[in-house]
Design a protein around this ligand. Structure first.
Ligand code: 5GP
Ligand code: ZN
Length: 115
């Protein structure tokens, strides 16, 4: 846990969040600035800066993040209509919070390629 990290502070309860689903190791909560009717962030409670670092250090945890993303989509009612999972990684991808998070985005039709 890093007191400098925004999402570590959400895990610690120091910053409030609208929690969608929680397990012992993973937290899913509403994005504060939603880009679609459904926009949930799924994070491991343990701090890793990005998806690849997490997957290399703890593959089971990476699997739990993905499974929880699917659960969040189901809870949000977009599992049948479809949704997008996004791990922005690094500057070109516009990552702004360096605690790995999976965006679960759905509830509207999307375009490809992304901007
Ligand atoms: P990134 O650009 O790093 O992939 O995404 C960071 C996401 O975190 C953004 O979608 C942003 O809206 C969201 N975010 C930033 N600060 C907060 C916050 O304090 N609470 C919540 N729930 N989401 C946040
Ligand atoms: Zn963190």
């Amino acid at each position: 846990m890093s007191s400098e990290c925004l999402f570590c502070r959400i895990v610690a309860g120091a910053i409030p969040a609208k929690v969608v689903h929680e397990t012992d190791t993973v937290l899913a909560f509403q994005d504060v600035n939603p880009q679609a009717p459904t926009h949930v962030l799924v994070i491991p409670k343990e701090h890793y800066p990005d998806a690849a670092t997490m997957a290399n250090a703890d593959p089971a945890l990476a699997g739990e993040v993905l499974a929880t993303a699917g659960e969040a989509a189901k809870i949000s009612g977009v599992d049948a209509s479809g949704y997008r999972l996004v791990f922005n990684t690094g500057a070109d991808a516009t990552q702004t919070v360096f605690h790995v998070h999976c965006h679960v985005i759905g509830g509207r039709a999307m375009t490809w390629p992304p901007g």
